[in-house]
Design a protein around this ligand. Sequence first.
Ligand code: ZN
Length: 157
Amino acid sequence: MDVEEMYQEIILDHYRQKHHSGLREPFDAQVVQVNPSCGDEVMLRVTLDGDTVKDVSYDGVGCSISQAATSVMTDLVIGKSVENARERYAEFHEMMHSKGRMEPNEETLEDGIAFVGVAKFVNRVKCALLGWEALREALDQTAAEPGGATATMTQEK
Ligand code: ZN
């Protein structure tokens, strides 16, 4: 099995059995992201515990890339700090805009490395980023709440 096939397998595994899927309560922010060019949609909720991403729950429809990438994203950010989640977003975002030329770091991106091949297909990049953009927007929402611990941290930067 070559690397491309292995990556394909990882994506299909996540698509068949999405990790952390379903919408859960309580939540601190909820966003909807759509990718009209492909018909992908995701509703995503983020629950924070101080500076920790306690839970990310979601419900979505769309292509295997969009669904699998959201599943992989939840594995990478649940239980991590908000700062850490934003770093993963930035790293995944950079990889998806590398046109497949970036050497992905398996230690930080784990199953996310499987999407490096997808980055070669411009029209699929938005599919892979859908759940991640929803996460970023949800984190921005929680940071914008007055008095929130994350709000102070963001302003310091
Ligand atoms: Zn798609």
